[in-house]
Design a protein around this ligand. Sequence first.
Ligand SMILES: [Zn+2]
Length: 245
Amino acid sequence: MKRPVWTQKDVCRGPLILVNASHPIPAKRPPRLAPALPDQGNVLLESHAAKSLAACVKASGAQGRIRAVSGWRSRAEQRQIWNDSLRENGEAFTRSYVALPGCSEHETGLAIDLAAEAPEIDFIRPDFPRDGVFAVFRRLAPSFGWIERYTAEKEGITGIAAEPWHFRYVGTPHASILTSQGLCLEEYLASFKQGAIRFPSSEGIFHIFRIACRPDGVTLPLVLPYEVSGDNDGGFLVTVREGSA
Ligand SMILES: [Zn+2]
């Protein structure tokens, strides 16, 4: 059987890609999109992210209580939001809460802004509480592959002010590892430049490592089941399931 080859164009694809002011993504065709939540077809997410978000909302008992405010955005929409916010809120606010076009996770379809269902919702800074069903959602989110992406504690690293409403899909088991170790995505991805991680969990034992992309691409001589995601930083994260814990 011919082994798949991961090439330069794959470096900016996959659930673990880093997107921030110093790691823009190229303008590209949208991923395969689906309604962010089954009854909210006006907001879209990458299809795997959408499926896991719906499952997490359901497991939290929060159906009908959570509004998907903003999911996938085209480059043009991100530019529009940036320009509108500059005009209405000024530069300091906009730089704190709105990512530059090309540097927004929303352009990947892997990020969602959530709000408590209410008659009036703030589009830029929606209210997503920390109590009740929202607390349950927050607790369960990592096991469904979702992280709270911008916390006050990590503002100096992410460059974005605390956004308790913005969640990012990174997939499993990564969301659980990040959360249990108190890392933001920048720190988590950087940690693989020091070495591999072994993560025993109820889902199995995971072995995760990074490989740099070579000019002719990369193939993996692996026999165990594995997944590959670009890191949008010159390499790939490889997640191998070694067996049962
Ligand atoms: Zn957001």
